[in-house]
Design a protein around this ligand. Structure first.
Ligand code: 5GP
Length: 362
């Protein structure tokens, strides 16, 4: 586990509100409990429960959103989530979140996202590179050097880019509003759009105009695809040719063939799939088949807080379950450079970081 922690890693599928630390969630719940807004002991049990079905996870998110959706808290959790990923040597993070509107507290989708950006800017423990136009290629610090006493003055650096999520409960108009916001915030590190939310809610056709608009405008797109059996939707999503998809759990032969033909990279979230029983057992996880087929894939956490995991843990799990050695693990982590939504400058910097890590292994 120590070695897995030490290698540079790339996280491409992490939901902000799913990645909150448990102590923070409990503290927020206690605060609302003290004000009699919620019943703290009921909520504490829900937060600390370990196994949840996919549908229970979405109920939990409704609760989390009650606890977190004010500007100050959004800023705080963004800061903490970035610090947590950086602490485990994640060198590039694509953090996704659903811009939320809550008129009763004067929150618009834009002000929600401004609170997220404020969180990015308020990280002090590490250097955060989040704006697409301010990449300083000289100051990137190899995470492997940070434990080196000769480099006591070097600081760890993490690249963070943002994806705005469209929630499947939203209307076409609301989805387009999210895409417009993403376009306005490109200079602040927004690189793409995600479609997520309860997969049994909503219809693909509702989101299609927003996704087409996003693509026309040059935003990258990733879709939650195949979390529940829905062959028609899965096939339509694949034919849309998104740059990546998340999960791909409920595919049948025809969908696997399409996925492989189109070479769409898959964001694999092992612990999430097992905890929500989207996949019945890890030994039969599609990671194995895709990995053997050399299909593009990347290990991700999905919701590190909700599923009590970390990216280090996901690599460790893959290694211990599927027998991957150090070299294979490092290569797997490195391959993700090819699927990030940031520009070539960032890709070059990440390549340097992984070159150094590979040299250290030799
Ligand atoms: P947020 O967008 O509020 O920062 O992060 C939480 C939200 O991400 C949830 O309300 C849900 O819409 C989405 N989400 C988190 N985990 C999953 C998942 O495993 N599957 C899907 N489809 N959506 C998820």
């Amino acid at each position: 586990m120590e070695w897995t922690l030490s290698i540079p890693k790339i996280e491409l599928h992490a939901h902000l509100n799913g990645s909150i630390r448990d102590p923070t969630l409990l503290e927020l719940a206690k605060g609302l409990g003290d004000k009699d807004i919620i019943n703290f002991s009921d909520v504490e049990g829900v937060i600390l429960k370990n196994d949840r079905s996919l549908q229970e996870v979405f109920k939990l998110f409704d609760l989390i959103h009650i606890l977190t959706t004010d500007h100050m808290t959004v800023t705080r959790i963004t800061k903490e989530v970035i610090e947590d990923f950086a602490a485990e040597n994640v060198v590039y993070l694509e953090l996704r979140t659903t811009p939320k509107r809550n008129d009763s507290i004067g929150m618009s989708k834009r002000s929600y996202m401004e609170a997220v950006v404020k969180g990015l800017k308020s990280v002090t423990a590490v250097d955060v590179d989040f704006a697409s136009c301010t990449v300083d290629t000289k100051s990137i610090v190899n995470p492997l050097l940070t434990n080196d006493t000769c480099n006591a003055s070097t600081r760890k650096k993490i690249y963070v880019r943002l994806l705005l999520s469209i929630d499947r409960r939203e209307t076409t108009v609301a989805a387009i509003e999210t895409v417009k916001l993403a376009l306005e915030m490109r200079d602040l590190g927004v690189v793409g759009i995600d479609l997520s939310g309860n997969p049994v809610v909503g219809n693909w056709i509702t989101f299609l105009p927003a996704l087409e608009f996003a693509r026309e405008q040059g935003l990258h797109i990733t879709l939650h695809c195949g979390e529940v059996p829905n062959r028609k939707e899965i096939q339509t999503m694949l034919d849309f040719l998104p740059q990546r998809i998340g999960h791909a759990c409920c595919f049948e032969e025809e969908e696997w063939s399409k996925l492989k033909l189109y070479k769409i990279p898959v964001e694999i979230c092992l612990t999430s799939n097992i905890r929500t029983e989207t996949i019945s057992s890890i030994d039969i996880h599609h990671f194995v088949d895709l990995y053997k087929a050399k299909h593009p894939l990347v290990l991700c956490t999905d919701d590190s807080g909700v599923f009590s995991t970390s990216l280090t843990n996901e690599y460790h799990l893959a290694s211990s379950t599927f027998g991957l050695g150090k070299r294979e693990m490092l290569q797997l982590a490195r391959d993700a450079i090819g699927f990030i939504f940031a520009d070539d400058g960032v890709k070059r910097d990440l390549t340097d970081i992984f070159d150094a890590a590979t040299e250290k292994l030799d």
